[in-house]
Write a protein that binds this ligand. Sequence first.
Ligand code: NAG
Ligand code: NAG
Ligand code: NAG
Ligand code: NAG
Ligand code: NAG
Ligand code: NAG
Length: 185
Amino acid sequence: MGRSISSSSTISLIFLLPYIFLLSVDLFGTNLRANDIPKLVQKDCDFSTVQDFCNNIFKNDSRAQWATTKFNLENITIRLAYSNYTKIARKVLTITSNETNLEFRRIYRYCLHQYLLVRSDLENLIHVLHLQGDLDQAAQNASSHIFTCMGYFTHFSNISNPFAHDNENLVYFFELIRDIYFAPL
Ligand SMILES: *[C@@H]1O[C@H](CO)[C@@H](O)[C@H](O)[C@H]1NC(C)=O
Ligand SMILES: *[C@@H]1O[C@H](CO)[C@@H](O)[C@H](O)[C@H]1NC(C)=O
Ligand SMILES: *[C@@H]1O[C@H](CO)[C@@H](O)[C@H](O)[C@H]1NC(C)=O
Ligand SMILES: *[C@@H]1O[C@H](CO)[C@@H](O)[C@H](O)[C@H]1NC(C)=O
Ligand SMILES: *[C@@H]1O[C@H](CO)[C@@H](O)[C@H](O)[C@H]1NC(C)=O
Ligand SMILES: *[C@@H]1O[C@H](CO)[C@@H](O)[C@H](O)[C@H]1NC(C)=O
């Protein structure tokens, strides 16, 4: 009796083994997709002054998962910043052209002008990256135009800034580019 129980449990174990194996492989795969922030990205985000922002943008980026060098990460960050910028610049254009209050529209237009300059700053960042030049200075140049836009709203403090959050995101991107450039990787 005892013998037949033990042999049947041995048999079921043998049948179950492939499933246990498959299950553990799948769990491992799920863990990898859900939580694994590559070491390079982790090190960078830990070093960065905008840590949460860094973790958030890389967490779900498939290219960042394969980044093996500082150059890769710099490239990815600049491309992410560029695509963010393109959407934001379009929004600034739409809000500015739809604004009926002339006084508001005048301030928005000043910002729109700064945003047009940021496009060349981003092109310049790509260029400087490929020349292995000074990304710190190039990123600061880009930020300076965003700060100029913010400054208009500080000056006219009775006009609320509809681009405040977008400006903040772009400044974080440029800060992150500088941090990766300076990171001891
Ligand atoms: C993460 O990526 C997946 C697939 O690429 C996408 O479906 C999901 O919406 C993304 N989540 C966030 C928070 O971006
Ligand atoms: C930089 O990123 C872009 C967009 O992801 C990619 O097309 C390009 O090949 C990358 N450049 C290098 C040198 O890795
Ligand atoms: C710009 O990027 C930030 C950070 O990833 C994101 O929260 C924001 O929604 C983006 N803005 C646009 C207009 O896509
Ligand atoms: C005004 O806003 C609407 C959406 O709210 C947009 O479709 C339209 O293109 C805007 N007008 C201009 C001139 O950008
Ligand atoms: C930053 O901007 C200044 C002034 O426009 C320019 O002379 C300089 O070349 C820029 N630096 C970089 C690294 O792009
Ligand atoms: C905002 O303040 C300026 C003076 O600083 C004034 O000339 C302007 O009319 C004000 N605009 C609004 C919309 O209140």
